[in-house]
Design a protein. Sequence first.
Length: 66
Amino acid sequence: MNPKAAERIVPIEGTKPDWLEVVRTKVESLRFGSIQIIVHDGRVTQIEALEKTRFNSPRDEQGQPS
């Protein structure tokens, strides 16, 4: 990682960057899915959450392998 970029994402002592709290909230709200953090020029510019909804198949409910 570029040392200058690393300096930009290190929070000031005793504070957290706003994006970190957004990531934490999204992760806590997901059951299945992923969080993607988009970085431009060493700064977080976008956070995307993809949530999946899973359904049990009749085989799963009967304990049989799929």
